[in-house]
Design a protein around this ligand. Structure first.
Ligand SMILES: [Zn+2]
Length: 365
């Protein structure tokens, strides 16, 4: 049995303040640009996403501009809980567009907006943009579709690409709760309702200029002892004999009380508050629509509105909220969907080196 961890899956927070951070964003954008330039010349490796569109070869840089042509790179196989990175390169800036993950019968599982990346690093005269979304961790295996639509100079365009969600097994864990924790988790209160609603609103924010994190994420604690994994299926056993099923939307690290908690990547602190179910909680906006949440801390070291660099101490491990022992919960949301934080440790979300190998398509006007 895993120990020392349990908390509610629903979380909430406060609306964010964003004024006065443009200079910092510019500096971080320049950092991102310097990061992208050398990598753009490297060949794509086997871990890079594969092109989603089988179409004519990429046009030469010097060729006359074809405003209809666009190169798109995205994975063709994903697991439940994976982030999905989609990159676009086009002859015109794409400032308005969406990507939607759909089942074959047209049911939308998730959608995200396309955002522009910093100015073209290789002077090819083409514009780069990206969209980030996540595969719901409860998605059953099967074929899905990525539907892209965007505004071109002459018309709206769209295209579809098949993407396959492969099977993945998740551990099961039964968590007995004391009478006190049973009440804290299961009994509705006005405060919980308000906090849940406001956090849902907070992580739904999309700010196309919020490009803070350029590289891979890093672990938020120095120790590596894990007490629960992302996607674990849980059964909370309440003190009155009833129970409730849940899914764990993050990773739990078992660490002593007082252990420093580090920002897993640079970003804007959009919430730093004591919440009823998740205790002392910090939410950091890293990229457009991408947020980390760090929960159950004994104390906070940042305030809403702070801009933090990767590794900045944001608080200290504790056992506040619905928690059975000292631990840190780290979750990541991409466009409102929980994704596996481990996936961000090995490769950055903005992984544009894959772009040179992309193929092109005109899309469907
Ligand atoms: Zn947790």
């Amino acid at each position: 049995m895993r120990t020392g961890s349990s908390e509610a899956d629903a979380v909430s927070g406060l609306p964010s303040g964003r004024a006065g951070k443009k200079a910092v964003r510019l500096a971080l954008s320049l950092l991102l640009l310097s990061f992208l330039c050398p990598l753009a010349a490297e060949p794509a490796d086997s871990s890079a996403p594969v092109p989603v569109v089988a179409a004519p070869a990429v046009q030469a840089v010097q060729a006359p501009v074809d405003t209809g042509r666009i190169e798109i790179t995205a994975p063709d196989r994903v697991h439940p809980g994976d982030p999905v990175r989609v990159y676009l390169r086009s002859a015109y800036p794409i400032t308005e567009g969406t990507i939607c993950l759909k089942t074959p019968n047209g049911t939308a599982l998730q959608s995200a907006r396309i955002f522009a990346l910093p100015a073209d690093p290789d002077h090819s005269g083409r514009y780069e943009s990206a969209a980030l979304l996540g595969v719901p961790v409860t998605k059953l295996p099967g074929e899905c579709e990525l539907e892209l639509s965007w505004v071109a100079p002459d018309s709206h365009r769209s295209l579809l690409r098949r993407i396959y969600v492969t099977a993945k097994k998740f551990p099961f864990e039964k968590i007995p709760l004391s009478a006190e924790l049973s009440t804290l988790r299961a009994v509705p209160t006005q405060r919980k309702e308000t906090e849940t609603r406001t956090l849902d609103e907070l992580i739904s924010v999309f700010d196309a200029n919020a490009v803070y994190a350029s590289g891979p994420f890093s672990l938020p604690v120095a120790g590596k002892r894990r007490t629960a994994g992302f996607g674990d299926r849980r059964l909370f056993a309440y003190s009155d004999g009833t129970s409730e099923r849940s899914v764990h939307y993050g990773i739990d690290f078992g660490e002593p009380t007082g252990t420093p908690v580090l920002a897993p990547a640079s970003g804007l602190v959009v919430l730093a508050a004591d919440r009823e179910e998740t205790g002392n909680t910090v939410v950091i906006e890293h990229l457009p629509g991408v947020f980390s949440i760090l929960m159950h801390m004994t104390s906070l070291a940042v305030a809403q509105g702070d801009v933090v660099l990767a590794g900045t101490v944001v608080g200290h491990v504790g056992s506040t909220g619905v928690s059975t022992g000292p631990h840190l919960h780290w979750g990541v949301f991409v466009s409102g969907v929980a994704v596996n934080p481990d996936d961000l440790l090995s490769s950055p979300l903005l992984d544009t080196p894959a772009l040179p190998g992309a193929q092109s398509s005109n899309g469907t006007p």
